[in-house]
Design a protein around this ligand. Structure first.
Ligand code: PEP
Ligand code: MN
Length: 263
């Protein structure tokens, strides 16, 4: 169902005012985690003012250590809804578990399936039955074929609104958090009609590398990027080292202008 052989034209996935897979290079930005009203609203306002199409922010966080910040839960979802209402910006947030799907429906516009859940087939089937667009991230060690088959689960369950996301894979390299697989982007654009995003934040784990890899994403033909940003990264409760500061986000948008504004 997700193959280009079945559908030649590109699928455009829309949620609120956002469209991924169309003429414009999509930029989805925001913090790794929703931390507080002040934190979320200020970063949302900043990314929107520079042209972000949608706001990201996790309320349920898949952390490696159980002792790390796990997200604000429903309180975080309410803050995302508040940002959406006040700033008129659509939102993306991760659903980690089947039990969260129903309650998240009223608060967010697009469900993210995180890398660690790409092969959680029970969850894929449930979000496949929902009406929300799904941003499906590639698993840490998943092949491109496995990513496409995960998308196939969602599509087959009745939901054709799927955005694929290359977010870096595990390799022998340790200098960067992950190895961003740009081959995958070019390959996916040839073999599926679904839109493909790049996540240069998790792909590199280093804020100084986010802008160069965002340029690379645009050059290789990605439909957009999802990037982490924080007004005070040193105090971020998760992924601060890969969050773009406000001046860096502004620079990013400046550099991407020809793609973001393409007709
Ligand atoms: C995230 O987007 O903050 C996240 C946890 O991403 P991933 O699932 O790609 O690690
Ligand atoms: Mn993160």
């Amino acid at each position: 169902l997700v193959s280009r052989e079945v559908q030649a034209h590109n699928t455009v996935v829309r949620f609120g005012s956002a469209a991924v897979g169309g003429d414009r290079f999509a930029v989805i930005a925001g913090p790794c985690s929703v931390e507080s009203e002040q934190q979320l609203l200020s970063v949302a306002e900043m990314v929107k003012s520079h042209g972000a199409m949608a706001l990201r922010g996790g309320a349920y966080k898949p952390r490696t250590s159980p002792y790390d910040f796990q997200g604000l839960g429903v309180e975080g979802l309410k803050l995302l809804k508040q940002a959406n209402d006040m700033l008129d910006i659509p939102t993306v947030s991760e659903v980690m578990d089947v039990s969260q799907v129903e309650k998240m429906t009223q608060y967010v516009d697009c469900f993210q399936i995180g890398a660690r859940n790409m092969q959680n087939y029970g969850l894929l089937k449930i979000v496949g039955e929902s009406k929300k667009p799904i941003l499906l991230k590639r698993g840490l060690s998943a092949t491109i074929e496995e990513l496409l088959l995960a998308a196939e689960y969602i599509y087959d369950a009745g939901n054709p609104n799927i955005i694929l996301c290359e977010r870096g894979i595990r390799t022998f390299e340790t200098a960067t958090r992950n190895t961003l697989d740009l081959n995958a982007v070019a390959y996916l654009k040839q073999h599926t009609h679904l839109p493909v995003l790049v996540d240069p934040s998790h792909g590199t784990g280093i804020r100084e590398l986010v802008i160069p890899l965002s340029r690379a994403a645009a050059a290789v033909g990605a439909d957009g990027i999802i990037v982490e940003s924080h007004l005070n990264p040193c105090e971020a409760l998760s992924d601060g080292h890969q969050a773009l500061t406000a001046p860096m986000f502004e620079q990013l948008m400046q550099e991407l202008k020809p793609f973001v504004e393409a007709a």
